[in-house]
Design a protein around this ligand. Structure first.
Ligand code: BGC
Length: 547
């Protein structure tokens, strides 16, 4: 049977504000994405995921939707989107959009109606609650961005729940009419031909109806939390404000709808410290999510032992479900900075090391069991941009500076042309400054260098397509020994793919099972002498063997 297209796929995440601006307003747009579709197709990816482009006041840069059915004018029109779908499909690319359905903007018509009175048709579409006797909020729940997750509303004389900004009120998924209305919004885009949804905050839809307090987090170390800018959100065990068992039935409703269309996919973002178990629960069987997006490699923790542990843990917990991996996205510092490893005595210039490691991490991402997401700019090996306070746009950074610098450093514009103003991203002032350290990494100059990260990405992902084992989620082994990470993918009997990654600044020689056949991916200088595999520093190898 043919494997579903999304299984093992490489998905390219686009942050549309920063991708490419065609109407000279300093903000990327859908026409910009359309213009760059051949570039995306040449990367060798199978699909694109576009972060929200719906109508929005942009308090959280599109993750606060005020109309799910309209493209925000700053990004273009619905006709542009239809054009984007048609062009993408013409190039063999699937299109996934970002459904931010757990909350809306406070400017959404639903919220305006809901807040108008206690007894209107939509009065229960959001989570409203009376104050405590002393006037304080209904319970101790905290918002991810800091402070109580309850906001007082003068119109209704009640509090409403918001897990993020106060202008992102939480929808009430205990209400059946609301569920039906949300499904209609999904249907709208399915009918337009989208191939799937990335479900924003998929474990936040349902809250505890009784509004019970969350208990304090086990073993809480407040000192270290405060020092790294963590919000009190992280002081709690989130038993009641998210991760509710009641969520499952709603996931099943979404799946039933999506199943009534051909080959569409639901990718759930599951943000939690202990997400692996939820990822398993949410993706098991055939009537929940198709796949869950893992945060495990989006952390500061790093290195082969950490990765082996993360991969094994998720592999155990996910059961017959399907994981999707990422190392960068629009919420965390770019992997080329976050995971940059410099050895003390190395004489190699840092930018060369960064490029070498960017290729290495990309090869690793592509060999993890499941599907993968590549964040725009990762194919260029971009480092996290270094921004100053006056550049900031993200509400998280504006609140948290200087301890928590927010998410703008990974959201700066893509550098297309090295010598053009704003790196050719826009002809106006960009909404967020282009990092001048990114100029040398611009697309046009990388295309001229055969050894560039961009050329590597193109060659590598295209090369990878010949081997169906890269699309497997069947992990046999993942181990780490002396800085060598080894993964083995494939069925119990038959051909398997073994992947080896040298995380050290020195060559490693290791004995591997005999009868292994060494593949020749771009950029690998590994050699196999009988059963001795030698990997130069920060290099990788892939072998096929029969079992
Ligand atoms: C998105 C964030 C956003 C949050 C609230 C997420 O997890 O990735 O960018 O701020 O949801 O919608």
């Amino acid at each position: 049977m043919k494997q579903a297209w999304w299984k093992g796929a490489a998905i390219y995440q686009i942050y549309p504000r920063s991708f490419y601006d065609t109407n000279a307003d300093g903000i990327g747009d859908l026409k910009g994405i359309i213009e760059k579709l051949p570039y995306i197709a040449q990367l060798g990816v199978e699909a694109l995921w576009i972060a929200p482009f719906f109508k929005s006041p942009m308090d959280d840069f599109g993750y606060d939707v005020s109309d799910y059915r309209q493209v925000d004018p700053m990004f273009g029109t619905n006709a542009d989107f239809e054009h984007l779908i048609a062009r993408s499909h013409g190039l063999g690319l699937k299109v996934i959009i970002d459904m931010v359905a757990s909350h809306t903007s406070d400017q959404h018509q639903w919220f305006k109606e809901s807040r108008a009175s206690l007894d209107n048709e939509k009065s229960e579409w959001y989570v409203w609650a009376d104050p405590m006797l002393d006037g304080s909020p209904p319970n101790n729940w905290q918002s991810v961005f800091g402070g109580s997750s309850w906001q007082w509303d003068a119109q209704r004389q009640q509090y409403y729940l918001h897990n993020f900004l106060a202008s992102q009120p939480d929808l009430n998924f205990h209400n059946q009419q609301l569920r039906a209305a949300v499904l209609d919004e999904f249907r709208f885009w399915l009918d337009l031909g989208v191939d799937g949804f990335r479900l924003d905050t998929a474990n936040y839809y349902l809250h505890d109806k009784e509004l019970r307090n969350n208990p304090p987090r086990h073993g809480l170390d407040r000192g270290s939390f405060l020092a790294n800018g963590s919000t009190p959100y992280n002081y709690q065990e989130h038993l009641f404000d998210k991760n509710r068992p009641e969520n499952i039935a709603w996931l099943e409703e979404m799946r039933t709808l999506v199943n009534s269309y051909d080959e569409r996919v639901l990718i759930g973002e599951i943000g939690d410290r202990d997400a692996s178990k939820l990822m398993g629960e949410y993706t098991q069987g055939k009537n929940r999510l198709h796949t869950a997006y893992s945060f495990k490699l989006l952390t500061d923790s790093q290195g082969p032992e950490f990765i082996a542990h993360a991969v094994n843990e998720l592999n155990t917990d996910i059961g017959d479900g399907w994981p999707t991996w990422a190392m960068s996205n629009h919420d965390v510092p770019r992997v080329a900075s976050r995971w940059l490893q410099q050895s003390e005595h190395s004489t190699i210039p840092i930018e060369i090391l960064r490029q070498q490691q960017a290729k290495f991490y990309l090869a690793l991402l592509s060999a993890l069991p499941g599907s993968m997401c590549l964040y725009n700019g990762e194919e260029l090996g971009l480092a996290e941009a270094n921004l100053e306070l006056h550049h900031l746009q993200d509400p998280v950074g504006l609140r948290g500076w200087p301890i928590q610098k927010g998410r703008d450093g990974c959201r700066t514009p893509i550098p297309w042309l090295r010598d053009k103003a704003h790196a050719g991203f826009t002809q106006a002032e960009p909404w967020l400054v282009v990092d001048k350290n990114h100029l040398d990494m611009a697309v046009d100059s990388q295309l001229l260098h055969s050894e560039s990260v961009l050329n590597f990405t193109r060659n590598f992902l295209t090369w990878r397509k010949q081997y169906s084992l890269f699309r497997s989620a069947h992990l046999q082994v993942c181990t780490c020994e002396n800085q060598l990470l080894t993964l083995q993918l494939g069925p119990d009997r038959g051909e398997r793919l073994s992947a080896y990654f040298n995380f050290s600044a020195k060559p490693i020689t290791s004995s591997i099972p005999s009868r292994s056949h060494l593949l020749s991916p771009p950029n690998s200088a590994a050699t196999l002498d009988r059963s001795n595999l030698t990997l130069p520093a920060w290099d990788f190898a892939f072998c096929i063997s029969e079992h």
